[in-house]
Design a protein around this ligand. Sequence first.
Ligand SMILES: [Zn+2]
Ligand SMILES: [Zn+2]
Length: 373
Amino acid sequence: MTVRAAVCTQLEKPLEVLDLELAEPRAGEVAVRIMASGICASDASVQKGALPSPLPIVLGHEGAGVIEAVGPGVTHLAAGDHVAVCAMPQCGHCYRCTRGQPGLCERGDGVLFSGALMDGSTRWRTADGVDVAQFVAAGTFAEQVVVPTISVVKIPADMPFAPASLLGCAVLTGVGAALNTAAIRPGGTVAVIGCGSVGLMAIQGARLAGAERIIAIDLVPAKLEIARAVGATDTLAAGEVDVLLAVKELTAGRGTDTTIEAVGAQVTVDQAIRMTGKGGEVVFVGAGTKGVRINVPQFTGLVGSAKTFKGCLFGSADTHRDIPRLVERYLAGELHLDVLVSRTYGLSAINEGLAAVTAGEVISAVVNLESLN
Ligand SMILES: [Zn+2]
Ligand SMILES: [Zn+2]
């Protein structure tokens, strides 16, 4: 069948919306009609050449939609099921998955930047017969996609598609940083540096973990307002106040119990370490550029202050366990996902959406294939 998809054909060029031939799902795969897809900075990173990927490739790595068909042997999913498509396939059986580290799934990791599905091939082709790759075994900027079943999680039919489309990357990463990676104690003090989609979700994770004081830090006052609406108890505008001094004052001189760094810049990485108190933990979830370093004196910075540093990839999430829980909390009104959906675009306006996300104009943007096109 023919489907429309936004294809990156050349680096540093706008995506092209093309008609592609989509093959049937093979064993262990499903065809999903995409209703909404999140637009994430990582998509732009491929386009700029900062993340390795074969070309041409369909970008988009978090989405939500309806199963159209299942491949041979697929029994736990059926046509008509609503699903979220995740940024990482998690197999449930490999060394990492069976040790409680599915965010490092070895089968998932093996295909992340290959542009192919689990068997090394792709299901899209141009009209001229050229194979078109799928970003992280997904490629959700398309009307329909074939993905491995281990990349999708069933969601209830009353879960709206736009917020559901952000579950598979931004939401899992941010909430997971607080609920899975960090060890937040009820009554604890948490600072979150960076109030983009990941930071706003980390704030909510900290709230759900029972943190008493949640200090949100960002340069942009509008983002701090949203941070307060979703659970921050204190906000610091980084350009206007001395952040380290302010955190010290807010914590009776002790520093935080947990700091979640969701920016990845050298200045915020350094601040995160310094604002964390004795016995506290720093969770690094922001994706920094090559030169960003963690620099601390071994004794005073780590041993003598008994601090813990944790790297957080993909929210240390177990997609198959965590997504149903997050949906439940959204439907119960405990998790605010709609604040993330700043703007929606049709597939043909995908380049505007990518530009808005890259420029930081919006918290997150969503491609809506349900009603726009
Ligand atoms: Zn993402
Ligand atoms: Zn695995």
